[in-house]
Ligand binder design. Structure first.
Ligand SMILES: NC(=O)N[C@@H](CC(=O)O)C(=O)O
Ligand SMILES: [Zn+2]
Ligand SMILES: [Zn+2]
Length: 429
């Protein structure tokens, strides 16, 4: 089987390409990337006017399986990923049971083979059951295929235990994906501490809740030598801390989520829990610092923190609903609309943050359109304007504050290992 993608704007930081090239794929593999290919193919895709990019890689999603299949399953989460242009996703281990053992990583990898239309890179918990009491079987999880460790949903508050875990992770060459939140300082906060929380008579979450743990984790990374990646950064001081860590020569990277670079607490007009996520929407000052951080290359990655919940759960008030919003099917459009059209990122830099850098941080052989690589490819129309409609999501989760928002930039095709898994206007395979 040969597929020829013609006339597209190929954007591939791995090979430093940004220009008009054709791509020839044979079975699972890219075999030629050159201008004006005339080779015979079984399927010719005309990508005139479209971006042709290495498939997006999401370092941060929640698939909810096992345990919370009513919110999302591996199958539905993978379909949402494909629709969003993602060819590889990293599900966080906060499931029930939690992904904290060799057997659970094996379970996930078996599920990937049987039920997922995109690649899955397993992330193991740092501690047993994410309880924060004793370390999980880090070596065993690595042997089974886990590439990263995370306690996402919370922080490991026992600094000594975390330090031990980091040293083990460093020895296994696993990256730590850190959720930074001081459990004691956060109290019962639900929205950013400030005027919106006051207006709605809700408890606030200060920036310090994040900043204190981000600073602690950076110094733990320095002491342990581990590769540290900060999840869902939301504050201006997180950006400052990441800049400092990089200046110190540490192996520190960081992600920003589309909701944090698009919205602020000022966008919350009523008690609508689709605006409730952890960390919370912050102020304009924080949002601008995140955008400048992305622009200046301090923040390396755009990740979704796709966190599906059921309609019943999210119909509750901000005080009572769970934290989290879906993101896989809106991330590209929001990135194009806010950062590329907004003048913060070039398309090339966007691809660095959505594919090339995530691959590099995980240490996986992806995020590249070089000859010989697996054909994981995303094709998108950068100029298409449309209105987001959550009822069209492949995800079970419809919990988004972006329903009815007009955006520009649409994924039209996603290819995983040489197979088209999503094509606009057609049902998902
Ligand atoms: N981000 C969220 O608001 N929620 C996440 C947990 C997390 O990412 O911390 C979830 O699992 O629902
Ligand atoms: Zn988190
Ligand atoms: Zn998360």
């Amino acid at each position: 089987m040969r597929i020829l993608i013609k006339n597209g704007r190929v954007i591939d930081p791995a090979t430093k390409k940004d220009g008009r090239y054709d791509i020839l794929i044979e079975n699972e593999t890219i075999i030629k990337v050159e201008p004006n290919l005339m080779d015979e193919a079984d399927n010719v895709i005309d990508a005139e006017g479209l971006f042709v990019m290495p498939g997006f890689i999401d370092l941060h999603v929640h698939l909810r399986e096992p345990g919370f299949e009513y919110k999302e399953t591996i199958e539905t989460g993978a379909k949402a990923a494909a629709r969003g242009g993602y060819t590889t996703i990293c599900p966080m281990p906060n499931t029930n049971p939690c992904i904290d053992s060799k057997e659970m990583v094996e379970f996930l990898m078996k599920k990937e083979k049987e039920e997922s239309i995109v690649h899955i890179v397993p992330v193991g918990a740092v501690t047993d059951g994410q309880k924060g009491i004793k370390l999980a079987d880090i070596k065993g999880m690595k042997q089974a295929g886990a590439k990263a460790l995370s306690e996402d949903g919370k922080s490991v508050m026992d600094t000594s235990l975390y330090f031990q875990g980091m040293k083990l992770a460093a020895g296994e060459d696993m990256v730590i994906l850190a959720h930074c939140e001081d459990k004691h300082l956060v109290g019962n906060g639900v929205l950013n501490q400030g005027k919106k929380a006051e207006e709605l008579c809700l408890e606030g979450i200060s920036n310090a809740v994040e900043d204190i743990i981000a600073a602690r984790d950076i110094f733990l990374a320095k002491a342990s030598g581990v590769k540290l990646h900060l999840c869902h950064c939301s504050t201006e001081d997180s950006v400052r801390l990441v800049k400092m860590a990089k200046e110190m020569g540490l192996l520190v990277s960081a992600e920003v989520c589309p909701h944090h670079f698009t919205l602020t607490e000022d966008d919350i007009f009523e008690d609508d829990s689709n605006y409730k996520m952890n960390p919370p929407l912050r102020t304009k000052t924080d949002r601008e610092a995140l955008k400048i951080g992305l622009r200046d290359g301090i923040m390396d990655v755009i990740a979704t923190d796709h966190a599906p919940h059921s309609l019943e759960e999210k119909e509750k008030s901000i005080k009572d609903a769970p934290f989290g919003i879906v993101g896989l099917e809106t991330a590209f459009a929001l990135t194009m609309s806010e950062l590329v059209k907004g003048g913060y990122l070039t398309p090339y830099e966007m691809v660095e943050k959505m594919s090339y850098n995530p691959a590099r941080i995980l240490g996986i052989n992806k995020g590249s359109l070089a000859v010989g690589k697996m054909a994981d490819i995303t094709i998108a129309d950068p100029d298409r304007t449309y209105v987001i409609d959550s009822s069209q999501f492949a995800s079970k989760g419809k919990n988004t504050p972006f329903h009815n928002r007009e955006v520009t930039g649409k994924v039209v095709m996603t290819m995983v290992s040489g197979t088209v898994v999503y094509k606009e206007g057609q049902n998902l395979i």
